[in-house]
Write a protein that binds this ligand. Structure first.
Ligand SMILES: Cc1cc2nc3c(=O)[nH]c(=O)nc-3n(C[C@H](O)[C@H](O)[C@H](O)COP(=O)(O)O)c2cc1C
Ligand SMILES: O=C(O)C(=O)c1ccccc1
Length: 371
């Protein structure tokens, strides 16, 4: 590890900013609207307090978690982040390799810089999941899923919070849209169905077709139901915040959800994931796997999520900043730091197996009004 690699999240963000073009950094860092959700994501964790216990032998700590039958080495997964070549030329190929070193699943985005096949080839043994932006075309949706199955992806994660792109004031001010610059299209341009729709192969032709198929504002539960029938892979729904939606997912035989507000990039003034979690857990208990993201920055954040009912968490911006600072080794640094923080947090709480974390280790801070 290089001596100067940042430990604190603020320093990580600052060094990434120093290395990236302002517009690119702005795109990665910013949130939707006035960034209320982005701010809430971090501050909401502070409403909770951990309650340690004494007496367990914490000389070693197990971080192993079982998720749909597979053991992962830590309750941390790498969130699907599109267009990672914006941060480092090796993009997803670097981050999937770093994730594999830590036994953490890597979620490849539909709008990745490298195609899902190239990412698989870069690190065939990594536990890889495929995140699906359900395209506005059934044949293309089917093709994406089949390609992911064939390339050895272990689960499909359907993101449901992208009916339209969030109103991102920073990007609008900077007039910056990686999408319109033609980034993140490898999964499309390498797809036989997408290719069959193209009028020609110029950048303009590809962009025009992309505009037609990317957003699906009429996405609904019937599509999820069809998808359930179309694949035997576990299906996760990412972007769930309402207990009713969670219950619906259970009814349709969905394997898991990601409680997420997309890192504050979509709906502004949105509930924080960590605040949505208790009601969701109370409604469905253990009927499906519950993952959570948006604002996870530290070991205590992870333990808070687990104590409130999550099975594991996803990291977004922190690993992308590591990637921007020094490619694969930067991602490894970030993963190592957060793993160390998590391990120490558990030791200091008197816990030697992460599976022991439950609601008895947490309490909500009382407010002056006593709520
Ligand atoms: C630059 C960037 C690109 C993203 N691209 C995607 C994407 O393609 N698909 C998706 O489901 N989520 C995407 N997300 C959201 C992440 O998966 C995740 O929900 C979020 O980053 C978690 O919050 P955090 O950054 O506070 O950890 C993206 C996030 C960022 C920062
Ligand atoms: O920026 C994002 O959060 C994101 O998920 C995305 C995906 C495709 C196009 C533009 C943005």
């Amino acid at each position: 590890m290089t001596a100067s690699f940042p430990i604190r999240f603020q320093d990580l963000e600052q060094q990434a900013q120093d290395r990236l073009e302002p517009k690119v950094f702005g795109y990665i860092q910013s949130g939707g609207g006035r960034e209320e959700t982005l701010r809430t994501n971090e501050t909401s964790f502070e409403k909770w307090q951990l309650v340690p216990r004494f007496g367990a032998d914490v000389s070693t700590v197990s971080l192993d978690k079982k998720i749909h039958g597979e053991t992962i080495q830590s309750p941390i997964l790498l969130a699907p982040v599109g267009m990672q070549a914006l941060a480092n030329v090796n993009g997803e190929k670097a981050s999937v390799s770093a994730a594999h070193k830590f036994g953490m699943p890597f979620m490849a985005s539909t709008v990745s810089s490298y195609s899902l096949e190239d990412i698989a080839e870069a690190c065939p043994d990594a536990e890889r999941w495929f995140q699906l932006y359900y395209p506005n075309d059934e044949a293309l949706a089917k093709s994406f899923v089949q390609r992911a199955e064939k390339a050895g992806y272990k689960a499909i994660v359907v993101t449901i919070d992208m009916a339209t792109l969030g109103h991102r004031e920073k990007d609008l001010t900077n007039k910056y849209s990686p999408f319109r610059l033609g980034k993140g299209m490898s999964n499309y341009t390498n797809d036989p169905i997408f290719q069959s729709y193209l009028r020609g192969y110029s950048q303009e032709d590809v962009l025009a077709e992309m505009q037609k198929v990317f957003f699906k504002p009429d996405l609904n539960w019937q599509h999820i139901q069809q998808l359930r029938k179309a694949t035997s892979l576990p299906i996760y729904i990412k972007g769930v915040l309402h207990p009713d939606d969670t219950e619906k997912a259970v009814e349709l035989g969905i394997d898991g959800i990601v409680v997420s507000n997309h890192g504050g990039r979509q709906l502004d003034r949105c509930i924080a994931s960590i605040d949505a979690l208790p009601l969701i857990k109370a409604r469905v208990q253990d009927q499906l796997t519950i993952l959570l993201d948006s604002g996870i920055r530290s070991g205590p954040d992870i333990v808070t999520a687990l104590a409130l009912g999550a099975d594991a968490v996803l990291l977004g911006r922190p690993f992308v900043y590591g990637l921007a600072i020094s490619g694969q080794s930067g991602v490894e640094n970030v993963l190592e730091n957060i793993t160390n923080d998590l391990t120490k947090t558990l030791q200091l709480m008197g816990i030697n197996d992460v599976n022991q974390v439950d609601h008895t280790f947490i309490r909500r801070m009382s407010t002056p009004e006593g709520t």
